[in-house]
Design a protein around this ligand. Sequence first.
Ligand SMILES: Nc1ncnc2c1ncn2[C@@H]1O[C@H](COP(=O)(O)OP(=O)(O)OP(=O)(O)O)[C@@H](O)[C@H]1O
Ligand SMILES: [Mg+2]
Length: 1070
Amino acid sequence: MDLSKLGDLMRKTQSAIVEKERLIKAMDDIQSAVGVDGVRAMMESALTARDRVGVQDFVLLENHTSEVAFIENLRKRFKENLIYTYISSVLVSVNPYKELEIYTKQHMERYRGVNFYEVSPHIYAVSDNAYRSMRTERRDQCILISGESGAGKTEASKKVLQYYAVTCPASDHVQTVKDRLLQSNPVLEAFGNAKTLRNDNSSRFGKYMDIQFDFKGAPVGGHILNYLLEKSRVVHQSHGERNFHIFYQLIEGGEEDLLRRLGLERNTSQYQYLVKGNCPKVSSINDRSDWKVVLKALTVIGFSDDEVEELLNIIASVLHLGNVQFGSEDSGSAWITSETQIRYMSRLIGVDVAVLKEALTHKKIIAKGEELMSPLNQEQAAAARDALSKAVYGRTFSWLVNKINDSLAFKDDSRLSSKNASVIGLLDIYGFEVFQNNSFEQFCINYCNEKLQQLFIELTLKSEQDEYEAEGITWEPVQYFNNKIICDLVEEKFKGIISILDEECLRPGDATDITFLEKLEETVGGHAHFVTHKLADGKTRKVMGREDFRLLHYAGEVNYNVNGFLDKNNDLLFRNLKEVMCRSENKILTQCFDREELTDKKRPETTATQFKTSLAKLMEILMSKEPSYVRCIKPNDAKQAGRFDEVLIRHQVKYLGLMENLRVRRAGFAYRRRYEIFLQRYKSLCPETWPSWNGRLVDGVSTLVKHLGYKPEEYKLGRSKIFIRFPKTLFATEDALETRKHSIATKLQSAWKGYSQKTKYRKLRSNAIVIQAWWRGILACKKAQRRRQAADTIRKFIKGFIYRHQPRCPENEYFLDYVRYSFLMKLHRSLPKTVLDKSWPTPPPALAEASEHLRKMCMQNMVWKYCKSISPEWKHQMEQKMVASEIFKDKKDNYPQSVPKLFVGTRLNGEDINPKVLQALGSEKMKYAIPVTKYDRKGYKARSRQLLLTANCVVIVEEAKLKQRVDYNSLKGISVSSLSDGVFVLHVPCEDNKQKGDVVLQSEHVIETLTKLAICADKINSININPGSITFTGGPGKEGIIDFTAGSDLLIAKAKNGHLSVTAPRLNSR
Ligand SMILES: Nc1ncnc2c1ncn2[C@@H]1O[C@H](COP(=O)(O)OP(=O)(O)OP(=O)(O)O)[C@@H](O)[C@H]1O
Ligand SMILES: [Mg+2]
């Protein structure tokens, strides 16, 4: 739905609510202003202007005791096509004899779920009210439709059914049921209705239909009870009347092929059973289209093709049978004059022609224990033929009803347990009828109407008044005519007309219709409602035949002609005809004519008694349900629209007891309920009575209605019931209940949700606890296992420790393994990282050897790694440092300081040395050069010089001069002090003239210089380290001494003794 529509809808709903509130308020205002009738007026004013014609409820009539006013109101409304008017809850319906636009789906929707008085009177309102009462009060309902023939009962019952079919909830299954319920009507009407003088579609059987509803209110099944079909119509119709519709429909509508198969002609005048009334065509009936409707309905109901064929075979057979004519032989015996009909018939119902012929013309008698076939005369044969036709048709009709019942039956009985199932009964029976010539059928029909009237009186007038009395409600009795007296006249045991008729039928001797009449005169002659020609006064006698008796029915006087009463009551069919039917190949007939019937010696009950019993049962059924009434009125005898025949209507108003009904209603209360039911239903509306009332019921109800604000004139409390005067009061209470239901439902819902959630939670919780317990169990098991293992381990450990010095044995193997393992692991964690790191964990004794191996391997590995990673420069450096270490370690005081200082390649580069020097050296490559201080051999003067090392010699250079060159081969040795000074002496051979003696030098980097020199000259072992003094040769025969002493500062100077004195600071204490 789009938003604009939704907005519209909300606006409409809003305005409807405002309107309703306005109306309710206006209603209250009017009520307080004008009293009781004002309320009704208000209800009226709420309706449309058109509906306000007259009053829509006779209870609102100004002059409610006036019959004139009553009829005037009916007329006013009838003129405006308002055919429905209420007398409180009773619906009065006047047949409009024309189609009105008031039965559309929209109308149905308008009445759905709406309170009775909120909308204009309608058959739908009654239907809806019954439906809602059924649902809310869970009580079976029935809708009783009464009125004379042609008043509109059948139409009304169809409207009710349609209403339920459209408005009740449906599922697929329910839709089928609805269709079948609806389609049962055209079928039953085709076979059970006929045109009479009173009604073109007159019901010639009584019908009571139960519609079954499931707990959701959907129609789920149905059941039909049928009452006494007017069978005589099959063989005879009064002038202007017709046989049952089906015969005409078949002949008019049946396809050519079908008719040919059935041996029928499309001409109704060809059939004796259809010509009696001389009225084959009726303007209001279209037999051809009705035929199609019926055929379709049969399929919807579930008839198979074979069943339809057999059904039509029977209908055609009846027509053929009607055409069978008899001649009379000289002996008086009857014979069949036309073969064709009998042949068709025998073929159609599958019986032997000869057997059928014999059965139609003979009667089986038993004489002296022997069965004999006694021929019938012409008249008897015709009677036997008609009896057979009636029996066949009548029984087929009952079969049809049973078949429909099968199809309507609710299959799943479990769902329809008495607790869940609810029923609405619908009674549509033949109406009261009076013809020129009234026979046994009219007697039965009118008796039936008499019984219904009595029921109406019982349930409305009498019981209502009895109830007020019983309940102690102040009450002014209303006089009414109780027709019980007429019912008794007809049905009373031994004394009633039916008993007398039965007696005449059963008694031995020559009983005739006339003897029956005489017997009646004898027995009930004195009855106020019974007259015969003989007993009547002069005036009455003139309008009565000698064979008539007159009954003064509640609805009028009817003369019944006794002719045929005995036969019709006996309803006899010759035994041999029954036998033939039992043998028929037609499946329907074999079901209709049971073989057991042939052997059953008991005389069947007479028709009237059967009817009486079935009516008594019907009354019981109706009494057990809550009734709604529809009283149908026929506006004229001409079946004309718009004609309001006042005399006819007054008559009906009178005999239907509508005035009394109105008076009782006016004085009475619209609603009453037993205290417990009332309290049970509405207790939720009052805090004191909800959820339960523990005191006396009457006090509970009193508290409740006071809480609801009932005014004293609105209700009365009886002995066991509360009486509510106005429907409005009840409706307001109902509305309140509707609202309250929602809040109760919400509460229930929340309670239920809470409960279900709690249950769910509890379940989850208990499940969780189970899982937890299991899990904890598992954990505890694991923990215990671990502890056990731990204890075992500790035990093993301790034992192992104790036995640790023993040879390996089971007791100590674990311990030993563990110790090894932990040593190896520890080793693994703390392996030395560098070759200098000498740490190594102490191995257990068993691993001492392995540990040593490992240690070596580890060291080798580290060394190898170290060596691999060392650069050539560094290697060279290290080699020089190794040499230095060999020479000076622990021998010279400043050696330790030299260790961290890296040796450099040279301290003087090419550019620092005079090129001439380099030139003088020639190809000899300089390996190392350093500035040094030279001390003269004599005066020990210090002079700056450069010391150069080549591959073969050491050279002393002064500027550009090569001052001295000493080949390594001739270098005798090198002396140096053990102190921290840088003085050293190169010893050269003194015999070499070129040399001027040993050279005394001082270097700032003495360790480096001497190491390089030692390496170049390969004189590692020729370096002498002297602790005190060094003696050197200063030329041939000359000797010099250098004295070394430790002091605070470096001081080199010539001492007084002529020695060179060197004082060197002490760097390392040794
Ligand atoms: N509500 C209605 N609207 C239109 N026409 C109606 C209505 N009620 C009855 N009729 C007309 O009146 C005729 C007779 O009505 P219906 O067959 O219902 O009478 P009845 O009371 O069942 O009579 P009977 O007792 O003979 O069966 C209908 O065929 C129909 O033409
Ligand atoms: Mg009818």
